[in-house]
Design a binder for this molecule. Structure first.
Ligand code: ZN
Length: 636
């Protein structure tokens, strides 16, 4: 049975449930959802149990949308909305989402925009057909978020066609006899970098992450394996989070034939595009060849289907996906796969943090069912214990104090996403409390833009921070201590002006490129200065060499090789990590429910992945294993 006859039958079954006065509906698959278009949205708004009954009867997610025929043209609708909503609401933007028949109204005072008992919204709905949503305007404007929205809007017709194709593909018929489940590790096994795992069933093929190696060496995962096949044979990509070692090669798949959907959270979609565009810029700037173009990144954005934490989505005839908070960076997710109606359940942690941090709640530990868990082991080694968050704050305070006392400057290499926001929050707190002297904090290399993306998706932050960023005088990210380095000229000034006492947060996090090296070249010889690592430094990176105490580095300086003497104080503040330490990984396995039968460790140096898998087998009664790259595992 094909998806067309499927649709017809579904429509008939829905019509049986609805009162005959509502027969004027039409249904369509769009991505994973069944869309029910109606001229009477109000009926469904008032009779919420009806949608539940329909979803139950047809076992699919149903979304109600206004019939496009009743929607007033967007330009006219915008004019009317501006007229209807009082000026005091401070409307910042009006965004129409054709996909959903929704209009989002961004306002400084959402309450005023909504009106008493929601009267403004009711009026809009009645008069214009669009379903209005009022959201609080983000306190920091993000160019990435705006660009993505604009791009999606401009290409909405193409996107609609794409979603229809995907919908029909998901709801195709499948052979459910003699089914099986296996994974093939394409990259990121017994190593950190180029994470990519193929999840295969008899009917479908899903790729979980497709990252690149940020340090030198083999950049790409083993996409040449026969299991992968041509890229158009992959049903879907699921992206756990935006870091390049997980997302970096998805546009490469898109460039060479992958035309399916990418499932991830909204912030990950935007953040990944930001990091990939920057990667291209750096790769090309270094005289290297980039594996794809910005056009491929745009196509990836257009083909992304955003998924919220906790929502279950059918992504193939025999696979249902649910994303859960992973606590690692904004939008980071653990991916749970429910295969063939409970035949097997397997989850990927992605990178995860099992501790509440300044930014996020700790990783989710409850699944409806779970037989196998594929888990990261970055800090899986026997001695990989990190200080707590409070200890990390104290550590950083002492380093800053000590360096400032001798009139030195501080370089903190960071990834644009995650650690930099956390370190910003801690430094702001220390200066506001008066625990350290106030001094300028320079942000170099997309950090401000990444911070803006955080404030655009406050529902992904912990409640404490969410409350703070919406109070103008309390938003720590808007503190006057922070200065954005938005051009090479500004950087030059900071480097040459000989400011004493300042802190620089600069990318890249492992010092394999990016503006952080400019600061290192100028300031490394001076022993009054300090360098502070707050994140993981992979083997073979410049960061790793410095951490191991190298006294001299040869760096590229505008085309010539420059020898840089290392005299500055080198420190590591481990407590800022977005990864679980050994303790947290093991505690997670003790707490996760239900307890899985098998745990497969990836995303760790060889010895660490092996050590923790042995410990888990011995002490927790769970079958632990550290696979090799290219190895395949069968689960059932
Ligand atoms: Zn990561």
């Amino acid at each position: 049975m094909g998806s067309k006859s499927n649709l017809k039958e579904l429509k008939a079954r829905i019509e049986d449930i609805l009162p005959s006065s509502l027969s004027d509906i039409f249904v369509e698959f769009e991505g994973p959802e069944l869309i029910l278009y109606t001229r009477d949205v109000d009926y469904f708004a008032e009779n919420t149990t009806v949608i539940k009954n329909i979803a139950k009867a047809i076992r699919k997610r149903v979304v109600i949308r206004p019939d496009p025929d009743i929607l007033v043209d967007a330009t006219e609708a915008e004019r009317v909305i501006k007229e209807m909503i009082p000026e005091e609401a401070g409307v910042q933007a009006i965004i129409f989402d054709d996909d959903l028949g929704e209009v989002s109204i961004e306002a400084l005072s959402p309450g005023v925009a909504i009106g008493k008992l929601g009267q403004n919204l009711n009026k809009i709905k009645l008069k214009l057909g669009w379903i209005p949503k009022v959201i609080r305007a983000p306190p920091i404007n993000s160019k990435t978020v705006n660009d993505v929205r604009k791009y999606l809007y401009e290409n909405r017709l193409e996107r609609k066609e794409f979603l229809k194709t995907v919908g029909n593909h998901i709801h195709r018929s499948a052979d459910m006899s003699d089914i099986w489940v296996r994974t093939v590790f394409l990259g990121g096994a017994r190593e950190v970098g180029r994470s990519a795992t193929l999840l295969m069933t008899k009917n479908s093929k899903v790729l979980v992450d497709c990252g690149l190696n940020v340090s030198a060496g083999k950049i790409s995962p083993h996409l040449e394996l026969p299991d992968v096949g041509t890229f158009d044979s992959i049903d879907a990509v699921v992206l756990t989070h935006a870091h390049l070692d997980h997302s970096g090669l998805i546009p490469f798949l898109v460039k060479y034939g992958f035309d399916g959907p990418i499932y991830t959270t909204q912030p990950t979609r935007d953040m990944a595009a930001l990091l990939q565009l920057d990667y291209l810029k750096v790769a090309v700037g270094d005289g290297g060849r980039a594996p794809y173009d910005s056009e491929d990144i745009r196509k990836q954005v257009l083909h992304t289907i955003p998924v919220k934490y906790g929502d279950t989505t059918g992504i193939a005839p025999d696979i249902r996906l649910t994303l859960h908070n992973a606590g690692h960076i904004i939008g980071s997710a653990m991916a749970h796969f429910h295969i063939a109606d409970g035949f097997y359940n397997i989850a990927f942690t992605g990178d995860m943090k099992f501790e509440n941090t300044w930014l996020f709640n700790r990783a989710e530990k409850k699944f409806p069912r779970l037989e196998a868990l594929i888990m990261e082991s970055t800090y899986g080694g026997p001695n990989d214990f990190q200080p707590t968050h409070t200890e990390a704050k104290e550590d950083l305070k002492q380093i800053i104090e000590r360096t400032f006392n001798r009139g030195g400057k501080i370089i903190i290499p960071v990834f644009a996403v995650g650690r930099s926001q956390e370190v910003m929050l801690v430094i702001e707190e220390l200066m506001r409390e008066g625990s350290i002297e106030e001094a300028p904090v320079y942000l170099d290399g997309m950090i401000l833009e990444a911070t803006a993306i955080h404030t655009a998706y406050p529902e992904y932050l912990n409640s404490d921070l969410r409350a703070k960023i919406f109070h103008q005088n309390q938003n720590p990210f808007l503190s006057s201590i922070f200065h954005n380095v938005d051009s090479p000229q500004v950087r030059k000034q900071i480097l040459e002006e000989n400011i004493d006492k300042c802190i620089v947060l600069a990318t890249s996090g492992m010092m394999n490129g990016g503006p952080v090296l400019e600061y290192l070249k100028q300031w490394a010889h001076d022993e009054t200065n300090s360098l502070v690592f707050v994140g993981y430094q992979a083997v073979d990176t410049i960061g790793n060499k410095l951490q191991k105490g190298t006294k001299e580095l040869i760096l590229n300086d505008k085309g010539t090789q420059k020898t840089v003497e290392i005299n500055l104080e080198v420190n590591t503040c481990d407590g800022f990590s977005g990864h679980s330490d050994r303790h947290q990984l093991l505690r997670y396995l003790r707490k996760v429910t239900p307890k899985p039968k098998r745990v497969i460790f990836v995303h760790g140096e060889e010895s660490k992945s092996i050590d923790i898998s042995q410990t888990v087998s011995r002490k927790l009664g769970i079958d632990g294993y550290a696979p090799y790259n290219m190895e395949a595992l069968r689960y059932k």
